[in-house]
Design a binder for this molecule. Structure first.
Ligand SMILES: Cc1ncc(COP(=O)(O)O)c(C=O)c1O
Length: 402
């Protein structure tokens, strides 16, 4: 049985496996998240946490007020399972405004507990045992366990540094009659790459030729730099009913702890996704969905400012990392930098990450956690920069000791 390699920095927990009968095989095929583990280690070592992608600055006041107000107005019971009407209507209006995409809020929008649930529910709703899912790597950690929990098989295709492009021939070779979907994350975590139209066209044509879906993680849609633009693959010819868009409030509105996301898909796909969602979680927090409805009405300037602001933090972070001896790979979106660590002479990324957290006091994510074959990421590390300038400064001061 294929499994995800053991990639833990913590000492193995002292949990005897006395009763294997009660541990499902599917849970034995992957480990806990290295990213979230790094946050726990950062606490333990009082390290500056540049590992997990959550802002350490306040969420927009207007959204916090809206959430408080909804609770005070007693929006405290279950929302409709697939999402509060105000929020679904708001999501539909925003996609029309931003991308010209039209969705029927009654049949094509499912609000869920973050894009994490959205991706899981989408995969569970669309795949059968033995179906194949194409995944670009390096990839966001969750896609591995998500596909394994859905009993699907994975086919990996490399994005290659320094510019993180794929080889179209390699991509084509990953598709087969068993392919059910490709997972696409753009702007990309961990590479910070924004896919271009011609790349999306290649992916879209393969989806049509092999009759499969694109399940897209668009959580960093508004965080792009250097003139790069996010293009939802759903807007390409032939892709409207073949794409499942997964997104959330987490990154765009700096509310990762709210756990509110959504899935957009044609009515037949949404019907299955809604069933999985209903029995997994019933629904996302109802007062926070009201704040989400307000978020959908924020003006274009909010998003322009978001991108400019993160672009400035990226430049600071690249300066800090270059100054400390890293080689930073290119990035034009999201809020991560993959850096090459080969100049430091460590045998692998795990040892280097341990040194960084224990001796230097900075937490980052070992590159191997983004690859099926850990070898491929063994000289890489990922830093996030969705942090206050003073946090980035603190990291700079510590990285001088590297
Ligand atoms: C690419 C990507 N998808 C999904 C998530 C999780 O998002 P959510 O908070 O909406 O569950 C993250 C969080 O870092 C991410 O980077």
């Amino acid at each position: 049985m294929a499994s995800i390699a053991q990639k833990s920095l913590l000492a193995p927990p002292d949990i005897p496996n006395r009763r294997p009968k009660f541990r499902s095989e599917r849970t034995l095929r992957f480990t806990e998240s290295v990213i979230r583990e790094m946050t726990r280690l950062a606490f333990q070592h009082k390290a500056v946490n540049l590992a997990q992608g959550f802002p350490d600055f306040p969420a927009p006041q207007i959204l916090k007020d809206a959430a408080r107000e909804a609770i005070a107005k007693d929006v405290n019971q279950y929302a409709i399972t697939w999402g509060a009407k105000s929020f679904r209507d708001g999501i539909a209006a925003k996609y029309k405004r931003c991308y010209g995409l039209e969705f029927d809020p009654e049949r094509e929008i499912t609000v869920c507990c973050g894009s994490t649930e959205g991706m899981m529910a989408s995969l569970m709703a669309t795949t059968n045992a033995g179906d194949e899912i194409v995944i670009f790597e390096p990839h966001y950690e969750n896609y591995g366990p998500d596909t394994l929990l859905s009993s699907a098989e994975r086919k990996f295709v490399n994005l290659r540094p320094p510019d993180w492009r794929f080889d179209p021939a390699e991509l084509r070779a990953a598709f087969s009659k068993n392919t059910k979907a490709i997972i696409l994350c753009s702007p990309n975590n961990p590479t910070g790459r924004v896919f271009e139209r011609k790349e999306l066209e290649i992916i879209g044509e393969l989806c049509q030729e092999f009759d499969c879906l694109a399940i897209t993680d668009e959580i960093y849609e508004h965080i792009t730099y250097d003139g790069a633009q996010h293009i939802p693959i759903m807007t390409l010819p032939g892709m409207r009913d073949r794409t499942v868009i997964v997104n959330s409030l987490s990154k765009t509105y700096a509310v990762t702890g709210w756990r509110v996301g959504w899935v957009l898909a044609a009515p037949d796909l949404s019907d299955s996704i809604r069933k999985v969602h209903d029995f997994l979680t019933v629904g996302a927090a109802s007062p926070l969905q009201e704040a989400g409805a307000l978020a959908m009405t924020l003006p274009d300037e909010y998003y322009t400012h978001l991108a400019v602001d993160y672009g400035a933090r990226r430049d600071v972070m690249i300066g800090v990392l270059n100054g400390a001896g890293f080689h930073c790979y290119q990035t034009n979106g999201a809020y991560y930098i993959m850096a090459d660590i080969s100049g430091f002479g460590y045998p692998d990324d795990m040892e280097f990450a341990r040194h960084l957290i224990e001796d230097v006091g900075v937490a980052a994510v070992p590159g191997s956690s983004f690859f099926e074959n850990p070898e491929q990421g063994s000289q890489m590390i990922r830093f996030c920069y969705c942090k206050k300038y003073e946090t980035l400064e603190a990291a700079k001061a510590r990285l001088e000791k590297i």
